[in-house]
Design a protein around this ligand. Structure first.
Ligand code: CTP
Length: 445
């Protein structure tokens, strides 16, 4: 088994070995190398203690020193070199509260979370795989190292990490690992909102967002996102749907790409129907309705994203998109310009949202729905190409012109005139020239 270690990593391992100690690349980088994926960073584990590492390298940083980690700087890159350790309880994903060093790498590997993350490699020894991690990688399995209950009680975040790796790699979580993850899910209450958000976002924006279904089945979403459980338990008996709200949500997420810039869209789909359980009514014919659900869903999105301490921009964009995911502008340029003006930068994001939502529905009226979206998009492109005005800053006059030409003082009156002018040009973009706008403003003054 040969892994091509980056030159820096070979160098670091070589220097440590020349000083009479052991050193290996370890964890995520070995996993990723075996999967032919690019590793995010290369971590090194060693029998040498931090002070010895500091002596061996010129440029080092001490931030992780109390956890046994020395950051070694080579050129512009940095590498974490950590002494073999027997961990105490974790206080965050990577740093246990108290650690004891050991000279035995086996002791270090056996306290790591999953078999696929517990392999080490150097050129002298080759692959050190004490827990059949390679076999699990080959079979697509996330399995706790040793006793899952012990691994999860050391760090409850590992409960979500298990499913995050499954979602990222398209793996399944091994049965007893999944079972204990579920049994210990209540411990997630002790984990900070930021760390939960980070894992949940990674799952939602992964190649396999359907892993959410596993979180539901194992009773894990019940602890971190009970709103989703209600979706899984809400039927949709109407011609537009063939899935319950939760399954529709998963399918809608799957309809969107998974990479970084699409996180907002995936989150939008996660929340877009969360208000449905609250709005559910069934008519005398047995048909389900969810009147007003978009607004309630947006309120839930805001509440959940606040709870998860999400950033403001994400929260605002998701809220706008969820609120408007059901909006259907009239198929006229005027109708489309109005919605563009209202939603601003969020507007074009509605197209993928509409499509994902629709493709996760039943086939009922699909052609009609698709051509409606295509038509709105066509009108939008024409408006963009023509550079039609859709905001006050696009108007050919501004507040200063109103002040100089018409002696209108800055304040609410000026604001309302500018808004009326915008309204006029949304209907008739030809009016967007200095003379016409000043003439209109003069009438309204
Ligand atoms: N680790 C662990 N338990 C945790 C966190 C980390 O045992 N709660 C160990 C695992 O061996 C893991 C390594 O520390 O591989 C590095 O952790 P981290 O950088 O968080 O994850 P990676 O496995 O590198 O994966 P990724 O970078 O894709 O998140």
């Amino acid at each position: 088994m040969k892994i091509q270690l980056p030159r820096d990593v070979q160098h670091i391992i070589g220097v440590i070995e020349d000083a009479g100690y052991e050193a290996y690349a370890v964890g995520g980088c070995v996993r990723d190398a075996l999967l032919n994926r690019t590793a995010a960073d290369w971590d090194i584990t060693t029998s040498a203690e931090p002070m010895e590492i500091k002596r061996l390298f010129h440029r080092t940083i001490d931030v992780g020193l109390k956890h046994g980690t020395v950051t070694v700087l080579l050129g512009k890159r940095s590498y974490e070199v950590t002494t073999y350790r027997i961990d105490g309880d974790y206080e965050d994903a990577r740093h246990p509260k108290n650690v004891h060093f050991t000279r035995d790498i086996g002791e270090d590997l056996k306290r790591r979370d999953f078999t696929i993350n517990a392999m080490a490699y150097n050129e002298r020894t080759g692959l050190l795989d004490l827990f059949s991690g390679r076999e699990d990688l080959k079979n697509g399995i996330v399995r706790a190292v040793g006793d899952p209950m012990e691994r999860f009680s050391e760090d409850a975040l590992r409960i979500l990490r298990a499913f995050r790796f499954a979602a990222k790699l398209g793996f399944s979580v091994e049965e007893s690992t999944a079972k204990y993850a579920g049994q210990m899910a209540l411990n997630l209450k002790k984990i900070s909102a930021e760390r939960i958000r980070e894992e949940l976002t990674k799952i939602v924006s992964s190649e396999h967002p359907e892993v959410l279904r596993e979180l539901y089945r194992q009773g894990i979403s019940r602890i971190i996102l009970p709103e989703f459980d209600r979706c899984m338990e809400t039927e949709q008996r109407n011609p537009h749907h063939c899935l319950n709200v939760g399954e529709h949500t998963i399918e809608a997420m799957r309809q969107l790409p998974s990479a970084e810039p699409f996180i907002i869209l995936r989150l939008t789909m996660l929340f877009h129907d969360m208000g449905k359980p609250e709005c559910h009514t069934r008519d005398e014919k047995g048909i389900d309705h969810f009147h007003g659900h978009a607004k309630i869903s947006a309120q839930i999105a805001e509440r959940v994203l606040m709870r998860l301490k999400s950033d403001r921009r994400t929260m605002e964009l998701v809220k706008i998109l969820v609120t408007n995911h059901d909006r259907k502008p009239a198929l006229t340029k005027k109708g489309v310009r109005r919605l563009m003006s209202e939603l601003k930068e969020a507007f074009p994001l509605l197209f993928p949202v509409w499509r994902a939502d629709m493709l996760a529905q039943s086939e009922y009226k699909r052609e009609e729905k698709l051509s409606y979206i295509a038509e709105v998009e066509r009108l939008y492109r024409e408006i963009e190409e023509a550079k039609d005005p859709v905001s006050i800053s696009d108007l050919k006059i501004n507040g200063r012109d109103l002040m100089h030409e018409l002696k209108i003082e800055p304040g609410p009156d000026m604001g309302s005139i500018l808004n009326r002018l915008l309204d006029a040009v949304l209907s008739e973009p030809e009016l967007n020239n200095r003379d016409s706008l000043l003439a209109l403003a003069r009438e309204w003054k």
